[in-house]
Ligand binder design. Structure first.
Ligand code: FAD
Ligand code: NAI
Length: 476
């Protein structure tokens, strides 16, 4: 007999796990959530919130905000007549301290949400022990738990490169990159993906000379080609030195920095000397110590737990959500799947549409998209119409002094149904929601074209892009 019995046990307390636990409890199940990682907890106690709250979305956005303010004070204030006497400077420990307080507030807030929703928090690593009379038996720390339903939400961890050991001091993954104690003079970044661009931007804005080394020949191939082209132009102008098509060679790490050999796109050997190096080459699903094989849980060669469209694993009553399964590694995707699974367990329909999961890069300008890119539609042979409007044509964007970028809408040439929306520009992360709603409702470009948008707002550019699909923009 296990020490504790629950209807639902969630393993992992990140966005996938804590949301699944809250929703399951709301639906009337006796629910527990196990989490083992203390992250940076001063008492070493496991903290809820997972990668996202502790070492991902939230701390990175806090630093992006501070560094954006710093850059605005340095470069944008004078253009609008605001004079600061003396040189603008950054107190890195204060910046990091504020970021840590935001993280503390949010992670402890989830403990509060658990209390409110009557979710039992089990501090400890969860690993399958086998089957019991009433469900699955899982060891969590020193005790055993039996649950009829198990939701695995064990997330992901950074991928590291052979020969480049991460100490999170000189050579950092996302954990160390969010915790520098000073601005490095020279920063190297391996991987021009989302973390490379966001963290590279943070430290560049604060004064670091940043070189980004990317293996693929093209920059941001996952984005719409027009957006990728514009982003490369803008980021390069800002001072990010982005080199694509490189092959990383021998890396020497010393007490004061890194000396990294690489071969460039042109086949020439080169060397990068930097004080610190961020390795951001993707993340891998985390099933470490889960003891999946004990119960016969299907895990793919890539380490992902194998699930169907409703996040069901090969085992009855065992589900998996978030970064540990297929699909984009995004917090909002994890949360969607979490709610879906809890509702399926409760006998409801449960629904998560991966086709309308938006992607966002929180650089400046921000980049956001939903649906298919133009190159995807071309490759699939889909006939489409495109509308593209620059923020330069928008009064609000000009008024704020930041008219970089554009909105591009792609709609089916026959039905006018919106197939993809791609935005590069200020507040793209917020603007994309309108496109997500429209696509989720199966909307057409004409639907958005006929909806009243407040003036003056940046959302008018989305409106104009919808009008432009039918070649009738009013302000461009
Ligand atoms: P995780 O958040 O990784 O949580 C899994 C949890 O399970 C962890 O806390 C882990 O300790 C715990 N765990 C693992 N195994 C066990 C076990 N056996 N027993 C008990 N506990 C266990 N996404 C966005 O949508 N927007 C962003 O802006 C964004 N920014 C990011 C910035 C960075 C620097 C990084 C690294 C990621 C970012 N992400 C962002 C991605 C986002 O953090 C993840 O997609 C999200 O956290 C996935 O949620 P999850 O619950 O699946 O996994
Ligand atoms: P990523 O997959 O976004 O980018 C990794 C990059 O590294 C790719 O461009 C890849 O080609 C390159 N790369 C791989 N191996 C390499 C090598 N040996 N040498 C040089 N380049 C190499 O992964 P990243 O940036 O580590 O982020 C992980 C995930 O975390 C993201 O995919 C995303 O899901 C999530 N995330 C989301 C954010 C957001 O939503 N704003 C912010 C940060 C992370």
């Amino acid at each position: 007999m296990a020490d504790k019995q629950f209807d639902v046990l969630v393993i992992g307390g990140g966005p996938g796990g804590y949301v699944a636990a809250i929703r399951a409890a709301q639906l009337g199940f006796k629910t527990a959530c196990a989490e083992s990682n203390p992250y940076a907890d001063p008492k070493g106690e496991p903290r809820l919130g997972g990668t996202c709250l502790n070492v991902g979305c939230i701390p990175s956005k806090a630093l992006l905000h501070t560094s954006h303010l710093f850059e605005e004070a340095e470069h944008a204030f004078p253009t609008q007549g605001i004079r600061l006497e003396g040189k603008v400077s950054i107190d890195v420990p204060v910046m990091i301290g504020r970021k840590n307080r935001v993280v503390d507030q949010l992670t402890s807030g989830i403990k509060g949400l658990f209390k409110k929703n009557k979710v039992t928090f089990l501090a400890g690593h969860g690993s399958f022990e086998g089957n019991g009379p009433a469900g699955y038996v899982v060891r969590v720390g020193a005790e055993t738990v039996e649950a009829r339903h198990v939701i695995i939400a064990t997330g992901s961890k950074p991928r590291h490169l052979p020969g480049i050991p991460v100490d999170n001091r000189i050579v950092c993954d996302n954990v160390g990159a969010l915790d520098f104690d000073s601005v490095p003079k020279k920063l190297g970044v391996i991987g021009a993906g989302v973390i490379g661009l966001e963290m590279g931007s943070v430290w560049r804005r604060l004064g670091a000379e940043v070189t980004v080394l990317e293996a693929l020949p093209d920059f941001m191939p996952f984005a719409d080609m027009d957006v990728a082209k514009e982003a490369l132009k803008v980021f390069t102008k800002q001072g990010l030195d982005i080199r694509t098509g490189v092959t990383i060679g021998e890396t020497k790490v010393g007490a004061d920095g890194v000396s990294l050999a690489y071969t460039g796109k042109d086949g020439k050997e080169a060397r990068l000397e930097c004080e610190r190096l961020i390795v951001s080459v993707g993340r891998v699903p985390n099933t470490e110590g889960l003891n999946a094989s004990t119960v016969g849980l299907d895990v793919s060669d890539r380490g992902q737990i194998v699930v169907d469209g409703h996040c069901r694993t090969n085992l009855p009553n065992v589900y998996a959500v978030g970064d540990v399964v297929r699909g984009p590694m995004l917090a909002h995707k994890a949360m969607e799947e979490a709610v879906m699974v809890a509702e399926i367990i409760a006998g409801q329909a449960g629904h998560a549409n991966l086709d309308t999961v938006p992607g966002v890069i929180y650089t400046s300008p921000e980049i956001a998209w939903v649906g298919k890119s133009e190159q995807q539609l071309k490759a699939e042979g889909v006939a489409y119409r495109a509308g593209k409007i620059p923020f330069m044509a928008n009064g609000r964007a000009l008024g704020t002094g930041d008219p970089t970028g554009f909105v591009k809408m792609l709609a089916d040439a026959n039905t006018d149904r919106i197939l993809g929306v791609h935005i590069i520009g200020a507040n793209a992360s917020e603007l994309i929601s309108e496109a997500v709603v429209a696509m989720e409702f199966g909307g057409a470009a004409e639907d958005l074209a006929r909806i009243c948008h407040a003036h003056p707002t940046l959302s008018e550019v989305v409106h104009e892009a919808a009008l432009a699909v039918d070649k009738r923009p009013l302000h461009f």
